[in-house]
Design a protein around this ligand. Sequence first.
Ligand code: AMP
Ligand code: MN
Ligand code: MN
Length: 342
Amino acid sequence: MGGGGGPTDADWAAAVAAVRGLPADARVLLICHVNPDGDALGSMLGFALGLRRLGFHHLQATFPGPPGAPEPFRWLPGIELLVPPGDVYPEPDLVVCFDAASESRLGDLADRLATAGTSLVLDHHASNTGFGGINLVDPHAAATSVVALGLLDRLGVTLDAAMATGLYVALTTDTGSFRFEATTPAVHEMAARLLATGIRPGDISRRVFDTRPFGAVRLFGEVLGRATLEPAAAAGHGLVWTYATRDDLTRHGQPAYVLEALIDSVRCTAEADVSCVVKQSGEAEWAVSLRSKGAVDVSRVAVGLGGGGHRFAAGFTGRGPLDEVVASIRDALPSNVLPPNS
Ligand code: AMP
Ligand code: MN
Ligand code: MN
């Protein structure tokens, strides 16, 4: 990768050359991380539409796991490019990966990195392993879509509303709708460029963040009702956590994606620096979301437990009984408390 400072001029030039060197009938495969969020899907589809603008017409977009985007994203421009992982080109000419810090986040599709003519990685995780042939990784970028737009600009693509929609969904997702620390002047400048294409932010936000089935509202009530506060955890900085089982989802008739927003209702707890949602994903398997308000490096907690992420937003896959997964988190917190003012 281009080091802690982001992509070098040589990295950008290599990425531009990799795309420009392809014939218009090249097969291009775009992959984003498993269990895709707004940054993964929005960056991928926004970039895909930019490639279509350049004349590429053998484009596939995909992610590992069950096919089909979560409901809040099914309206995104470019969604028609999504193909089930089983149907993707076995040997694409170019593979481009989005918002994945490591190959493991690509599941079974990681083999395309080896079978593709060229592989390009667009990401913003500091922990990115540099698994691509060409790596555009900017840990200072608020979202992968910042990197995606940087490459589209260098390719000379003129931004349109369809492209901007995905890139905007990505930017608002990873900045918590411009609330998080990553919301720099450059983020607002990018948002201004995207909005200038005529996209409607109110409409987009309502569809992506503020719409869920009534059953999910009831489910949240139940799951939030059993949240546990542990003020002494994390060396006194406090931990708040809750969990949701597959049975909870079934009883309320809800798909798993509705739980993605749950962490936002938990992390507002004033008495806890660290918040956590443990979501059952298999018989004894749990998708864990971790957030910190600044006292704890949850990325290190997650990496220590086999996952990854950002300093204040991270996750991992927990295995075993629920109480053991929660205990593993609780145990990892004190040693990852950050020094003051770090
Ligand atoms: P989430 O809690 O699912 O919104 O994820 C927060 C952050 O943690 C994201 O930036 C992800 O990239 C990262 N993350 C979540 N789950 C995992 C995992 N199982 N392995 C590696 N990184 C993860
Ligand atoms: Mn993501
Ligand atoms: Mn991201």
